[in-house]
Design a protein around this ligand. Structure first.
Ligand code: SAM
Length: 201
């Protein structure tokens, strides 16, 4: 037993490397994963619903995209392969998650377009055409709200954010809270108990 959570900055759990395979939009992915990161053994079902139900960036998308809380990088890798002219910023507090995302960006041939960073290392003046997240609900409501208040304002004026949250973990209250903050929120899908939210200005 260790005191690690998936959002621990420096996991002490032995790495125990493994591989996670999944398909999105007709493409197969085989990504490196490891103990000490979120959903290390399989693509998280919430992430799977998000990647299936949200509108993946068109192939011609340019500019910067952001994956908040990248884990081992499944969303980042799908964004980078879907939009080969875009740059994807992958942010996580967990150092092991960042290392895995770097390795996985190389696996999908996008090492030159994926920037993996700790939250404080993202340039302050950068805005994002799209923000994607399966956010860390288990950090608690206040911290989750702080996280979203930190990153959503960095959406470009015509940008779109896609979020997924389990209904039982507060997907509907997250929807209400975002709307109260002045965001336009559409619930584009509800599958297997997960809410996919489309957020714009
Ligand atoms: C629900 S997991 C999603 C991981 C990955 N995107 C996936 O779909 O498998 C949320 C991630 O957010 C990270 N996280 C927690 N607090 C954070 C923060 N303040 N800033 C950035 N990432 C954070 C966690 O370490 C975790 O990797």
């Amino acid at each position: 037993m260790t005191g690690d959570h998936y959002f621990t900055a420096e996991p002490s759990t032995a790495a125990n490397p493994r591989e996670v395979e999944f398909s999105v939009a007709g493409r197969d992915y085989a990504l490196a994963s490891s103990a000490g990161v979120f959903s290390a053994a399989r693509l998280d079902p919430g992430t799977a619903v998000l990647l299936r139900k949200a509108d993946l960036p068109a192939a011609g998308t340019t500019g910067a995209l952001l994956d908040v809380g990248c884990g081992f990088g499944p969303i980042t890798c799908v964004l980078a392969t879907s939009a080969p002219s875009a740059t994807v910023w992958a942010v996580d507090v967990n150092a092991r998650a960042r290392e895995l995302t770097e390795a996985n960006a190389a696996r999908v041939g996008a090492a030159d377009r994926v920037r993996v960073a700790a939250p404080d290392d993202v340039p302050a003046d950068l805005t994002f055409a799209q923000i994607w997240s399966n956010p860390p609900i288990r950090v608690g409501k206040d911290e989750l709200h702080q996280l979203l208040l930190r990153w959503l304002p960095r959406l470009a004026p015509d940008g779109v954010a896609w979020l997924v949250a389990a209904r039982y973990l507060g997907g509907d209250s997250l929807h209400r809270w975002l709307a109260e903050q002045g965001w336009q929120v559409g619930r584009t899908a509800s599958q297997k108990g997960y809410r996919v939210l489309r957020v714009t200005r």
